[in-house]
Structure formats: structure tokens, C-alpha cells
Design a protein around this ligand. Structure first.
Ligand SMILES: Cc1ncc(COP(=O)(O)O)c(C=O)c1O
Length: 365
């Protein structure tokens, strides 16, 4: 076959900014891993009521396109919002992406507080926007002064992750309100993916503050990461615009059918959150007593500084079947998803063995 480029025909290429992007790094399937603590998933799974619903689904339900709207009514009632203020999404990731597609054009600025969840950068770059990273303040505190100072007429989006991933730090309501007021021409994306572990929200401001958007997910406390279900909430007129660019059947039938059970089983979520919060505090104390610095976290993970031992510890734990998340953007740090107390006790006992094996190896030199 003749080569079309040889005849001077144009050669197909993705946009330059897309070709220059980094791919989101998902760990490959690792058969030896018994405890996955690298993606902030639930370690115990979803509510049995959701599982029963999944098991009861028949071939006909699966054969049909499932409308999203009844689910949006359910979520609206659950959150105290109108269904017009809610969009169900294919995970929170899709909500982030839709916002970027609807509000950003090339060279617009998106402000992200560093260290941050990677998907903001990816979705902003797809839209051709420029990501402006504002480093967190000391001890990864929310840098409200620096954010307010960096807002300018090109700022079209400000992302606040509350609690933040990977640090677990939170921004106060007063600081979030200041940012919303300082950037009326920008979409302020408040990512509340870890809300259930924290308990504080700005959802009551939806409909009152026009530039506020809130993202939530069922992937964490609800244990439904595999179903891919998220919520994007905002002022009804903006949500109408987002609905125009959203695929009509973006959320799958399983997720929509299970939503009512997931929302109804409040006890399940409350029990899991209680376990995680208790074992998070325990894990943090144990890590600190081993000499590793941790930061206070309001989410289902802990950021810990292993310093120069990081690579060795991550590799040794992985060899023992435990995956933690390396965070090269936080000097010497790794992020540990918090699960149940027995799981955290297992992690600490394996870590102690790794450390004592290292000490004995050093002594033998
Ligand atoms: C801060 C934050 N936002 C959004 C997401 C994506 O959630 P989902 O699984 O709903 O796409 C994650 C997942 O880790 C996250 O940490």
C-alpha cells in the first residue's frame, strides 16, 4: 500500500498538548498483592444490599439503556438539592472532565493546590488549559493567602480538594468562601471525594453561590469504585450546560439500579467510616512510634514520610503482598489507604519485620 505521507497527504496526529501529556499511572495487575492500599478503595467492599440488587439484575435490564434522571432525583433528595442541580457521572473523574470541557478553553488558567490528585491536570490539559500549581503551605495546610494572590482574570477554574489527596489536609469553610468570592469568573471545583470520612461539606451553598461545583464519589466509603458512580452538583443553569455535553447514558445500568440501595444503607457507610477513622488514628500513632512523620488526615489514607528508606520499604512490603502508593511529589513520602483495624495491624507487623530485617542486614555488614 502506498504511504499517504509520501504523497504529501496530511499525517494524522493527536493535538500537540495531548501528545505531550503524561498518562495516569494505574498499577498493573499484580497477582502477589493481597492487600491493595494504593488507590484509596474500600478494603471491605460494598453494602450487602447493593450486592443483592446486583445479583437480582436480569438480562433485560442489562439489554436496555438506563436513564439517569430517576437517579438524579434520588441523589437530589439525599443531598437536599433539586434534581436540576445534580448530574450523575461515570465516577467523579467524569465530573471533573465535564467541568473542564464546559468551562475551559486553550490558555485559560486552572489553579491546583500541590500536591494534588492527578486527574485535574489531565482533564485541564485536554482542554488546552494551563495548570498553575500553588504549593501547599507548611505541613501541607491549605495556602489560602497564596491562592487569593494567584487569582487573576485568566483564572477560569480553581480546584480545592477537601480533604486533599494525598495529604488528608482540609480547607476551612471560611477559606473556601474567600476563594469563591475572589474568583467569581472562575468555576471553583470543590472535590469532596473523601467527604464521608470528614463530615463537613459546602453542599448547602449549591444554588446560592453560582461559581461553586461539588464533586462526590461512591468509590470510597460506599465501596463501589468498580461500578463507576459519581456526583457533580452545581447551579441549575450551569448543570443544564453540562448535561448538553454529557453522553446521555454515561452511567451504566448496574450503577443506576444500585443507587437507591447504596443511599438507603446509611448504617453500612457509617460503620465502615467509624472503623476507618479509628484504625487511621491507630495507624498514625504506630507509624510515629516507629519514627516516621505522618500528617493529620481527615480521609481514608495517611501520608507518611519514610524518607530515604521509602524505595526499600515499598519494595519489601510489595514483596510481602502489600501495595502502598509512592508519592514522588511529597519528599520521601508514601500514601497508605486505611482499612480495618486487623488490616492495619497486619501492615504494621509486616513493616516491623521489614525494618528489623534491614537492621540485621546492616549489622551483619
Ligand atoms: C480527590 C479525588 N477525586 C476524585 C477521584 C476519582 O473518583 P472516582 O472513582 O469516582 O472517579 C479520586 C480517586 O481516587 C480522588 O482521590
Amino acid at each position: 500500500m502506498p504511504n499517504p505521507s509520501a504523497r504529501g497527504a496530511p499525517v494524522l496526529k493527536a493535538h500537540q498538548h495531548v501528545r505531550e501529556m503524561q498518562e495516569y499511572q494505574v498499577s498493573p495487575e499484580r497477582p502477589g498483592i493481597k492487600l491493595r492500599l494504593d488507590l484509596n478503595e474500600s478494603t471491605t467492599g460494598c453494602s450487602p444490599r447493593v450486592l443483592d440488587k446486583l445479583n437480582s439484575m436480569d438480562a433485560r435490564t442489562i439489554a436496555l439503556y438506563t436513564p439517569r434522571e430517576p437517579g438524579e432525583k434520588l441523589v437530589g433528595d439525599f443531598l437536599g438539592l433539586k434534581k436540576e442541580q445534580v448530574l450523575l457521572t461515570n465516577g467523579a473523574d467524569e465530573g471533573i472532565d465535564l467541568l473542564c470541557r464546559a468551562f475551559l478553553k486553550p490558555n485559560d488558567e486552572v489553579m491546583v493546590i500541590l500536591p494534588a490528585f492527578d486527574m485535574y491536570q489531565i482533564s485541564a490539559q485536554v482542554a488546552g488549559a494551563k495548570v498553575i500549581g500553588v504549593p501547599a503551605a507548611d505541613d501541607y495546610a491549605f495556602p489560602v493567602g497564596a491562592v487569593l494572590q494567584a487569582i487573576n482574570p485568566r483564572t477560569r477554574m480553581v480546584v480545592i480538594t477537601n480533604p486533599n489527596n494525598p495529604t488528608g489536609a482540609v480547607a476551612s469553610r471560611a477559606d473556601i468562601l474567600k476563594v469563591l468570592a475572589a474568583a467569581p469568573g472562575a468555576a471553583v471545583l470543590l472535590d469532596e471525594a473523601y467527604f464521608d470520612f470528614y463530615g463537613q461539606t459546602m453542599m448547602d451553598q449549591i444554588g446560592k453561590i453560582p461559581n461553586l461545583f461539588i464533586v462526590r464519589t461512591f468509590s470510597k466509603a460506599y465501596g463501589l469504585a468498580g461500578l463507576r458512580l459519581g456526583i457533580l452538583a452545581g447551579a441549575a443553569e450551569h448543570m443544564a450546560a453540562l448535561r448538553r455535553i454529557c453522553s446521555p447514558f454515561n452511567v451504566n445500568a448496574f450503577a443506576i439500579e444500585c443507587l437507591a440501595e447504596a443511599l438507603a444503607d446509611k448504617q453500612f457507610v457509617a460503620d465502615y467510616v467509624r472503623q476507618v477513622v479509628a484504625s487511621r488514628e491507630w495507624l498514625q500513632r504506630e507509624l510515629e512510634s516507629l519514627g516516621f512523620k505522618c500528617w493529620p488526615s481527615q480521609a481514608n489514607f495517611v501520608l507518611v514520610r519514610f524518607a530515604e528508606q521509602r524505595a526499600a520499604i515499598l519494595a519489601a512490603l510489595e514483596a510481602r503482598g502489600i501495595a502502598l502508593r509512592n508519592r514522588p511529589d511529597c519528599a520521601g513520602c508514601a500514601r497508605i489507604t486505611v482499612g480495618t483495624q486487623p488490616e492495619m495491624e497486619y501492615v504494621i507487623s509486616e513493616l516491623k519485620q521489614v525494618l528489623s530485617a534491614k537492621t540485621s542486614a546492616q549489622a551483619a555488614k
